[in-house]
Write a protein that binds this ligand. Sequence first.
Ligand code: GDP
Ligand code: MG
Length: 441
Amino acid sequence: LSERLSGVFDRLTKQGALSEEDVKTALREVRVALLEADVSLPVARDFVKAVQDKATGQAVTKSVTPGQQVVKIVHDALVDTLRGEGDPGALKIDNPPAPILMVGLQGSGKTTTTAKLAKRLKERDGKRVLMASLDTNRPAAMEQLAILGNQIGVDTLPIVKGEDPVAIAKRAKTQASLGGYDVYMLDTAGRLHIDQELIAQAAAVRDVANPRETLLVVDGLTGQDAVNVATEFDAKIGVTGVVLTRMDGDGRGGAALSMRAVTGKPIRFVGLGEKMDAIETFEPDRIAGRILGMGDIVALVEKAQETIEAEQAEKMMKRMMKGQFNMNDLRMQLEQMLKMGGMEGMMSMMPGMGKMAKQVEQAGFDDSILKRQIALIQSMTKKERANPALLQASRKKRIAAGAGMEVSDLNKLLKMHRQMGDMMKKMGKMGKGGMLKQAMK
Ligand code: GDP
Ligand code: MG
């Protein structure tokens, strides 16, 4: 995939501007490349569509080639699709003992992942964990978990010959309660392919244990098949997350994208080897980088964007010092504030603004107010933004109505604009901008 995309973007970088046709051409290639990486057709199609909508009309950052810009847009869209809600690494393990059910096909890495997660829970979260193997098909599988338990210092449920999986699950639950464990992990048997018996067994275990988390373990190298497995398991058993194993191999990560898009299930962890520490919380950024294989370009574009923002801020600063502080400047300022953790965060960083920060706090200022103010400015015409002195009663009425607010809201904004403008002018005279510039860094 990466090679293929490199080719496409190399060609793009040789062109001067990124026309709509250029985007389309590039994305046609992206689509093919995604398919080659085992991303399913509908997922690839949706993905490309999303990128196209995003890319069209988007300005190319200065000092970045159009091709590089497309790489960044593709990358961001990948990250967006891959990212689930919340922290993927946070397992729900309140109300001890919390059951975690591990399901998946045989050989996907269930037993290994069970032990890896148990170790993680023990070492990072200080939890007492009990592991139980429900794999009655293969006696060696139960041994395998016991050996891993020994190795990582995590207890395993004693093996009783002739017990069925449901009985083992019940015994694990009892043992976990009596033994004061925080978590008990149920490592189920798998088959080479999904069949109804496997599903029925897993469902019976689920009904007994009522797991807080049901993690589907999927071999990250299996590509398209992984999606079918995930869909089936989720429909019949209900999974709360996916663990992708064997991501230490040279798999292209396409499975991650389609699994996420098709099932909507969050990818929670990634297995990176056979060792007990070889597991990491899922990071969409990383997998996206892997699917594209163009991390350098993404970093370059990000850097360029930061530089541009800094340049804009500096330009604005200069204008402000001269007393040319218009509504466009204020709007940029407000947007910057939103980014920097709101009004308070920003003010507290600027020397001499302490008093204002307090007033802001007392006035109950928060981000929603910033957003409302930005909306008011958006409701102004270009001329009005450049020259707020134009704003007489009728214009004010129109602007406030356009933003769904009152004229009094607009008056407050204008007052703030005046105060800030005055202050900037004073500061400009005082220190030739040195102090303020320092604060903006
Ligand atoms: P199960 O049948 O689903 O329980 O799968 P196992 O946990 O027994 O794993 C099958 C094989 O895959 C074992 O040899 C594991 O060491 C190996 N394995 C599991 N996870 C990973 C991984 O993330 N990377 C690599 N390279 N091997 C893994
Ligand atoms: Mg196993």
